[in-house]
Ligand binder design. Structure first.
Ligand code: SDX
Length: 440
């Protein structure tokens, strides 16, 4: 079975599985690009066996038209548009609409979407009181997940079946309010009053204003910061069937509403192996800076299989070359630091030295471990004044349109059913019950 590479000879339309003297013919599933698949829906009924693929590294859970990844060549496209073009020429809301509708919006569509985003940017005052009861040191990801699932209580009329309400109301309600919740959780953490969204500001301007404006200081939005933030949200907007997107699809497959499905995705993203890595990268770089550890020492530590330490921001399940998003993030990081007059950022220097040391080391080259999207994003957010514990919230804000697009695609896919995998049971065989008085 070819892996989707172009070949002159016609490739077989089926695969044959031979086992225990029997042959099972399985259909080939054809892509528009990339890997072909083998359909195993009949595997158990015809062989009595199930497939086994921990982490689902070799298993396609769906057919999807939203994002294409080529991990060997570092290619990332959304509905056919290269991430490099989108990051260079679009604002985040354009890419959000592209992911959800499949087309880049025209001027009228953009204006209509912006109007709805403004209309839906406020939080119900009843929700705002929730913030009073969170401890000051609450992690903003905990607040975000809880507040997003609560949207379905405060806005039940649009948390229902998507078919009953205009899609753009539900989508803009979520996209706009999640941005407000994120900014409010930051203000809560520093004990400052909330700054409400303004209908006069664009998506990223509004976020920056809600984050950094205050009654006692005039806050001027730096256009380069706004452009960089747009670009970073675009870099995070979607990434095919990653862990949190798989969770959103899985939770939605049981009929759960969009808000509760997204809240589950936020929780999955929080993990340090996934979106939480951007916070872990900065903590790792600060530890290197504060401890005086040598970069070489850190690289050796990451290679030591007996040591649970891993080089955060390095490695990827799909990319076996440089993550194209990391390349863009690294360049934008440098441009922003230069623009802000930060010049030499010791953490950026350490990150670059770490990258050079790792990419000169056979362990990383043989295992094809390169910087991923999380390696340079934290340094950039830090330069914008965003605190470390908000980095994964920034990832969630970027990923939200991708989650929504996948949830809708799953709901509209006639092949999709409730997610319910099988298992290989390795537990106890049947045994007689022992009454409590006879137990040792
Ligand atoms: C994201 O899926 C997506 O698309 C995710 C994402 C998205 O946009 O949604 O791209 C966002 O989550 C990026 C990844 C952020 N996480 C990190 O930076 C954490 C550090 N990286 C790793 O923990 C790891 O690389 C993963 C989790 C990203 C990928 O894990 P895999 O695919 O399960 O790979 P693995 O753990 O089986 O590792 C393969 C080998 C192992 O060695 P051996 O057992 O073969 O001897 O590579 C080693 C690992 O020990 N390895 C690392 C390493 N990552 C893998 N060794 C040192 N440092 C690392 N970072």
């Amino acid at each position: 079975m070819q892996n989707g590479s172009q070949t002159e000879q016609p490739i077989p339309v089926t695969a044959e599985l031979q086992y225990d003297g029997r042959t099972v013919t399985l259909p080939r599933i054809d892509p528009s690009m990339g890997d072909h698949g083998i359909g195993i829906s009949r595997l158990r009924s015809e062989t009595g066996m199930v497939s086994y693929d921990p982490g689902l590294a070799n298993t396609a859970s769906c057919r999807s038209a939203i994002t294409y990844l080529d991990g060997e060549n570092g290619v990332l496209m959304h509905h056919g548009y290269a991430i490099e073009d989108l990051a260079q020429h679009c604002v985040f809301l354009e890419v959000a609409l592209l992911l959800i509708t499949g087309t880049l919006p025209n001027r009228e569509e953009r204006s209509q979407f912006t109007r709805l985003m403004n209309k839906n940017s406020m939080l119900h005052e009843g929700m705002i009181q929730f913030f009073d009861n969170y401890p000051e040191n609450s992690h903003p990801m905990a607040i975000l997940s809880a507040m997003v699932v609560s949207l379905s209580s405060f806005y039940p009329e649009i948390a229902g079946p998507i078919s009953e309400v205009p899609l753009d109301e539900t989508v803009t309600n979520l996209l706009s309010k999640m941005r407000t919740i994120a900014a409010f959780s930051y203000k809560k953490s520093i004990g400052e009053p909330f700054v409400y969204p303004s209908h006069k500001l664009r998506y990223c301007e509004n976020f920056l204003n809600m984050m950094f404006s205050s009654p006692v200081a005039d806050y001027q939005i730096d256009p380069v910061v706004e452009t960089t933030l747009n670009r970073f949200l675009i870099l995070h907007a979607d990434h095919e069937q990653n862990a949190s997107t798989t969770v959103v699809r899985g939770v939605g497959s049981s009929g759960t509403n969009l808000y509760a499905s997204i809240a589950a995705g936020i929780s999955s993203l929080w993990g340090t192996l996934h979106g939480g890595a951007n916070q872990a990268v900065i903590e790792m770089l600060e530890d290197i800076r504060n401890s005086g550890k040598r970069v070489k020492q850190i690289v050796e530590q990451a290679k030591d299989r007996s040591n649970p330490f891993r080089l955060m921001g390095f490695g990827h399940r799909v990319y076996k070359t440089y993550d194209p998003r990391a390349r863009i993030a690294k360049q934008s990081c440098r441009e922003l630091l230069d623009h802000l007059g930060i010049g030499r950022d010791p953490l950026l220097d350490i990150a670059v030295e770490l990258e050079e040391a790792a990419l000169a080391d056979d362990y990383f080259l043989e295992k094809k471990l390169y910087p991923n999207v999380d390696f340079y994003t934290g340094i950039t957010y830090r330069a914008m004044g965003i605190p470390t514990n908000m980095f994964t919230v920034m990832f969630a804000l970027g990923r939200l349109p991708g989650w929504i697009a996948h949830w809708l695609e799953m709901r509209n896919d006639p092949e999709q059913r409730i997610v319910r995998p099988r298992q290989i049971y390795v537990g106890q065989k049947p045994r007689a019950f022992v009454p409590v008085q006879e137990r040792g």
